[in-house]
Design a protein around this ligand. Structure first.
Ligand code: NAP
Length: 282
């Protein structure tokens, strides 16, 4: 079997093209706050601005020094919350070490109506309730859903197995799939014999951050594989699944890079546009 390669670039471009008329009409603005110089963040932010440009979205980079204190960051967040010209904003993670354990407090400080990453409790709670309440859903999980929709991959009635239970990917994608009629299993670092569960998956979502953790013997023929992992190795970037071997068994699979990453960016932009739409109608 030769798997369909699920191109995030193609699916993201389709979403961005759909958004263009709304961007033109509403003229929203996205702000990305960066603290410090994490090199991976630098490249993610660059991708986000390239996509903003593609769709004609106004954007601004607030780059603060590594030494920024919690109080200084909270002040910037407060200013963005109160700036009527700003439709949505994000604080790029990871943050420098002295701020990393303050992420819950930083996330809480973001006005839910401008929470373009969809990380805050209000937007996560709405996503939890049902698909109808998804307004600013978390960007990576909603990008995965859009990718499945773009390639017309059915979710209802399927067994979806999610490996990873982070608050930004694993847990929310499990809920979003559940709310769309999948039967969902979630595995994590304490799950014994992960392969016995992943091998039952019709749809497998790997969101761990461990290169090639999922091997071909852990999946069944015909599985749809969404690889969220981004791992920097001596051989370059790779995902959480052994792409070369699993591609031979899967019916469809995302590449790394070029799979989930562009969908995350496009979802972030969609959230910013939707935020502005709600703000003008309020
Ligand atoms: P995270 O917060 O570190 O969570 C990792 C999850 O994997 C945890 O739930 C952990 O379990 C689980 N885990 C760790 N080792 C495991 C093992 N051996 N077997 C099974 N589960 C294991 O990571 P994250 O933020 O969700 O990100 C996951 C990966 O996706 C990273 O590579 C990240 O860079 C990537 N990512 C990509 C995008 C994108 O747009 N492409 C977006 C976000 C994240 P415990 O909970 O038990 O510790």
């Amino acid at each position: 079997m030769s798997a369909t390669i699920l191109s995030g670039r193609e699916a993201a471009d389709a979403l961005l093209n759909e958004l263009k008329p709304k961007v033109k009409k509403l003229d929203p603005k996205l702000v990305i706050v960066q603290v410090g110089e994490d090199p991976a963040s630098g490249s993610y932010i660059k991708q986000k601005f390239i996509s903003c440009e593609k769709v004609g979205l106004r954007s601004e980079h607030k780059h603060m020094p590594e030494s920024t204190s919690l109080e200084e960051l909270l002040k910037v967040i407060d200013d963005l919350n109160n700036d009527n010209d700003v439709s949505g904003f994000i604080v790029q993670v990871p943050l420098p070490d002295h701020l990393n354990d303050k992420i819950p407090q930083i996330t809480r400080a973001v006005d839910p109506s401008k929470d373009a990453d969809g990380f805050g409790a209000y937007n996560l709670g709405k996503m939890f309730l049902s698909t109808e309440y998804e307004h600013l859903p978390p960007a990576t999980p909603s990008g995965i859903i859009r990718m499945l929709e773009h390639y017309k991959i059915p979710i209802e009635g399927k067994h979806a197995v999610v490996v990873g239970r982070s608050n930004i990917v694993g847990k929310p994608i499990a809920i979003m799939l559940l709310n769309r009629g999948a039967t969902v299993s979630v595995c994590h670092s304490k799950t014994p014999d992960i392969g016995s569960i992943t091998s039952q998956a019709d749809i497998l979502i790997a969101a761990v951050g461990k290169p090639k953790l999922i091997t071909a013997d852990m999946v069944k023929d015909g599985v749809v594989v969404i690889d969220v992992g981004v791992n920097r190795t001596d051989d370059g970037l790779c995902g959480d699944v052994d792409f070369e071997e699993i591609e031979k068994k899967a019916s469809a699979i995302t590449p790394v890079p070029g799979g989930v990453g562009p969908m995350t960016v496009a979802s972030l932009i969609r959230n910013c546009v939707n935020a502005k739409e709600r703000q003008v109608s309020a």
